[in-house]
Ligand binder design. Sequence first.
Ligand SMILES: [Zn+2]
Length: 149
Amino acid sequence: MEVAELHGILWRLIEADGLEIRHNARSTQPDPLESGFFHPDLYGFGPTIQLWRNRADTVDDHAQEVVTLAHEYGHALSHRRGERPRLVMPKPAPDLTEVEKQMVEAEEAQAWDYGRAVLKDLDPGYDFALFVARKADADREYTRRLGRT
Ligand SMILES: [Zn+2]
């Protein structure tokens, strides 16, 4: 399947599942290292996935955004299944307790696992090379932010 087609199918699946996807201009991005985030109830408006793009209304790169959407949707699934330990997860930082650090790492791993399963289900021929690279980058960044190194 073409990645742009997969992007459309994933997008519609997420919206049909009751999440609002908002795509914002990069200039409003609170954290330059995050390409998206999931919030179960942002400002009381219900579950949402926020995306950042160079221009709000134009997909920068369908392949990259598919990975972002799948990962953030993985957080939504973890939340829905009652597995997300806190409504709002603590920001990764060196001064979190060990329990909190493990909680953050487990939730990230869970979101990647669920995202992977969704993509595999939607497109059995999906090439996971970019997904794996993005996960490795994110894992390194979390390790750094949690002061693990
Ligand atoms: Zn995440």
